[in-house]
Write a protein that binds this ligand. Sequence first.
Ligand SMILES: NC(=O)c1ccc[n+]([C@@H]2O[C@H](COP(=O)([O-])OP(=O)(O)OC[C@H]3O[C@@H](n4cnc5c(N)ncnc54)[C@H](O)[C@@H]3O)[C@@H](O)[C@H]2O)c1
Length: 354
Amino acid sequence: MKANIAVLPGDGIGPEVVAQAIRVLNLISQRYSHQFELICFPFGGVAIDEFGAGLPDHTLRGCLNAQGVLLGAIGGPKWGLNAKLRPENALLRLRGELGVYANLRPIKVIPALRDACIFKPEIIDGVDMLFVRELTGGIYFGHKSRVSDRATDECTYTVSEVERITRIAGTLAQKRRHKITQVDKSNVLETSRLWREVSDRVIREEFSDCSIEHMLVDSAAMHLISRPRDFDVVLTENLFGDILTDEAAMLAGSLGVLPSAAIGSSKRGLYEPIHGSAPDIAGRGIANPCGTILSAALLLRYSLNLENEAQAIEFAVNAALSAGARTADLATAGIKPISTQAMGDAILDMLSSV
Ligand SMILES: NC(=O)c1ccc[n+]([C@@H]2O[C@H](COP(=O)([O-])OP(=O)(O)OC[C@H]3O[C@@H](n4cnc5c(N)ncnc54)[C@H](O)[C@@H]3O)[C@@H](O)[C@H]2O)c1
């Protein structure tokens, strides 16, 4: 298969972890006789510095022309809260331009990482959930204002926005354990009452083989860490999903191992690890590249329909971790941490033997 993949290394540890994902994609391309064309574009803080825009026109064009977009991470103290141009706004715009309204974040405990996790094995063993987070609506995109001593962020959702993401959750639940937990704050928020009503109707009418339960976000925050095995597909809005997915990430041991996919109505998606640019460790060659490599696997699965290749990458990451390869974020007492590049080497070795 010929495929054009836009690569946005971004800021901080972004270029370091993306470099390892590129090596993995090149090996997949070679071993499975594909022709992947990987083209890098400036995006985020580096693009602000060089082109005066976080999402320069040629980067946007490159992404729109690609079949999938792989992103490292953006942001950092240099482009902080009071900066005129912020990398985070470029990411919000890119998501909107690509029409990727559903963020998929699988949270699965990798058995080899049980010892790196802060939770007891009896809590985390068997955890396998998939977050479906709305990505282009809600409070992040609502009208914002600041007048004298008053600041406002408006939160709006429409029926069609909730319907389309509920359908994605339903379709994915049908390939899993057929259970959806929709999370909201319907005891207080009108938008949450809309979410509850619409998601309930869509699942009942169109996905009768699935069940849907509704949970308040405060209870969900508690149950996610007290009984995480009970969750299958978690469907929620933009803000709640942003917060809950980072909480759930701790179940897997480290932010560094978790991938995400942002998809919409076309096959083209945006794939990135769930972590940020980690300015505290940037440039030291110690970042964990697993989340980015697993994001590349999701790109192969969702945008290119290459399920075998995606599984080969997932197998190689699991095998490398099981064999004891650990970057500093995962290293426990007695284990010598390895570099980002060495973690990439360990995964490539496993991939070569699949
Ligand atoms: N989508 C994105 O690009 C994205 C997402 C979240 C945050 N950010 C941005 O990233 C910057 C830093 O944010 P933050 O510090 O709150 O979150 P962060 O995810 O960058 O880092 C949180 C902690 O996790 C560690 N960490 C993160 N990724 C790691 C990896 N791959 N390997 C090892 N350790 C890792 C960091 O060292 C840090 O201690 C901010 O500017 C923020 O806006 C960007």
